[in-house]
Design a protein around this ligand. Sequence first.
Ligand SMILES: Cc1ncc(COP(=O)(O)O)c(C=O)c1O
Length: 426
Amino acid sequence: MNDVDYRSLAEQYGTPLYVYQGDKIESRYRLLRSCLPETFEVFYSVKCNPLLGVCQLFRELGSGIEVASLGELRMALQAGFKPGDIIFTSPGKSMEELEAAIDCGIYSINVESVEEARRINAIAMRRNALAKISVRINPNFNFSGAGMKMTGVPTQFGIDQSEMAEAMDEILSLPYVSLIGIHVFSGTQMLNADLIVRNLAEVMKLAVELSEAHDLALQFLDLGGGFGVPYFQREQELDTDKLRLGLSELWEQYGEKLRGVRIGVESGRFLLAESGVFLTKVLYVKDCKGAKYVVCDGGSNQHASSAFLGRYVRNNFPMRLHGKDGEETEEANVVGSLCTPTDVIGQKVRLAKAEAGDLLVVEKSGAYGLTHSPVLFLSHALPAEIMIYRDEVHVLRERGKAEDCLHGQRSLLTGRSVRDEYVYSI
Ligand SMILES: Cc1ncc(COP(=O)(O)O)c(C=O)c1O
């Protein structure tokens, strides 16, 4: 995204700022689709970037959608997704969430325990409805290729494969539940095409075996995904040609056995990460005990992933100073404005010599950016989020205001909503 005039965007929409490229999202979606056998579907994982405008784009592209909360379900509906294209996965769905999912008749609630299936059955019984569910399994296999593993190791996700036989018997006996599918999500940030294919082969094998063993007329197989992107120099781009070939061979093997089954993959990071940047302005540059600090107006409270939150590996996102490509570099620590030494979005990075007023561009920030950040910490306003799509700039989230931190709060003294009382202006 080197040719975008970030300077003018930053001036117009303020910093910090997220900038997404709609055309790039579109091409990533088409690339992923091109790797999958024709009949497979992509379900966009809202968690990676829950902007309404992003969800709308995926709807236009013909994707399904995977939600993980009531808020995300509302977002999906608001974006125009039909209930028949929505699936809901989360290990901790509340009664309110289950009721909403059943009432709007989504395609599949991916259940993560037998108890959840019992609750769904009870809710559906009260409504005299039939709720469609899939079982999420934590299988015995795991693949070392995932940046974050969710199967083959103890986790809160899914039903342990060793308990599946008993679980299936009970779930299949529930009268207000229709077990339509099987779901496995092995992990995220996988970059090895061979390992992805081997993993999906195991998932297909398991689904076929379980369906046969329990006489289940399988309608839906959610294969998960975990398609990754390289963030760091030592990481290699996912080989999509290899993936396409591997999946096509796999489908030759399983196509007959899974004929008529709706097959989906879930994806967030692969579609979004490389389609967005985080822009933040340099406020101060200082030296301290031999180290250089570039203090910016945005930090871990808006881009926690870049500050290593939720990641096992402490590696820097690719970043650069706008308009200073090719200049001599020096080692610097890029920090935000929080009063904590953990507010470091770039640790010992090589940057051109920074000056106050420079614009720092953090690449690969389209997924798990703002949504993954502790935005309440220190009460800074939310950054704007904009999308450039077909040569037009769309504001998808307006820049917040300092007083937004009072939203929803009530006065200790009067009990009244601060909104009604807020009089102080500067
Ligand atoms: C169940 C499930 N589906 C989909 C995703 C999205 O993964 P990714 O963004 O790596 O594609 C996740 C991420 O944690 C997940 O837990």
